[in-house]
Design a protein around this ligand. Structure first.
Ligand code: FES
Length: 162
């Protein structure tokens, strides 16, 4: 009488071996592609002789309708207004780089990542952020829009008169 034992699935099974081999090749391909992209970015920076690209001007639109004590987010920049005039703030949290947003009911900028909060003028109020939000150069374009320049930081007291 012959007795058969159920065969165990093992890595010697041709279909399973093929699957494992395919996964290994795919993983290596992903690692090589990621390394290539990283090296490519570094090479582009070195060959251009420049640091990381400075973000271009941001059109914050017309300031009309923005009351004293209010702010308006436009991407990674906020246009704000106090009794002294208009100013632009970088919405890049000085803690770890998340994007704070203006919260009108509390009159603060709130960072969604770790809870830092900032006053209308960008001053740090609470949370792990080591400092306040950066003030950016702001100018009026010929058509009346306000233009912020994310690459150029200015003193926190700088205002554009309305
Ligand atoms: S990134 Fe804003 S509080 Fe951490």
């Amino acid at each position: 009488m012959s007795q058969t034992t159920p065969s165990k699935a093992s890595s010697s099974d041709p279909s399973r071996r093929g699957l494992l081999k395919g996964l290994g090749v795919f993983t290596w391909a992903c690692l090589v592609a990621a390394a290539g992209l990283g090296i490519g970015a570094v090479l582009r920076l070195v060959s251009s002789g420049e640091g990381p690209a400075t973000p271009g001007p941001v059109d914050l639109g017309s300031p009309s309708g923005l009351a004293v004590g209010q702010a308006r987010d436009v991407g990674a920049v906020a246009l704000a207004r106090d009794g002294e005039g208009y100013f632009a703030l970088s919405l890049v949290c000085p803690h770890l780089g998340c994007r704070p947003a203006w919260h009108q009911p509390s009159g603060r900028f709130l960072c969604p990542c770790h809870g830092s909060s900032f006053a209308l003028d960008g001053a740090r109020l609470s949370g792990p952020a080591p400092r306040g939000l950066s003030h950016l150069a702001l100018e009026k374009s010929p058509n009346g829009s306000l233009i912020a320049r994310p690459g150029s930081e200015v003193a926190p007291t700088t205002r554009l008169k309305g």
